[in-house]
Write a new protein. Structure first.
Length: 88
């Protein structure tokens, strides 16, 4: 999947939430990659973005994946360019 154009459809503070979303997307047969800083995983830190995990999918499946993510969490902004401080 390294030669594909990947798009972030979900961000999680920590691996657990990202793994749940990854499993759901894979159930819909959407390929998923998790992008994270290894230090956050090794040390278990979720400070200042260090524990941030991005769920990424191929660009041609991003719209479908974002809709699936939003089904259970309508308050989550699925757009990768979204401002996380802008709620509502």
């Amino acid at each position: 999947m390294s030669d594909l154009n990947l798009v972030t459809v979900y961000r999680s503070m920590g691996m657990l939430g990202a793994q749940v979303v990854k499993g759901k997307l894979e159930a819909y047969e959407i390929p998923v990659m998790l992008k994270y800083e290894s230090a956050g995983l090794v040390f278990g830190l979720t400070v200042d973005g260090l524990g941030m995990v991005e769920v990424q999918v191929p660009a041609d499946r991003a719209e479908e994946a974002a809709a699936i993510v939003a089904e259970d969490e309508p308050e989550v902004e699925a757009d990768a360019d979204a401002d996380p401080t802008n709620v509502g």
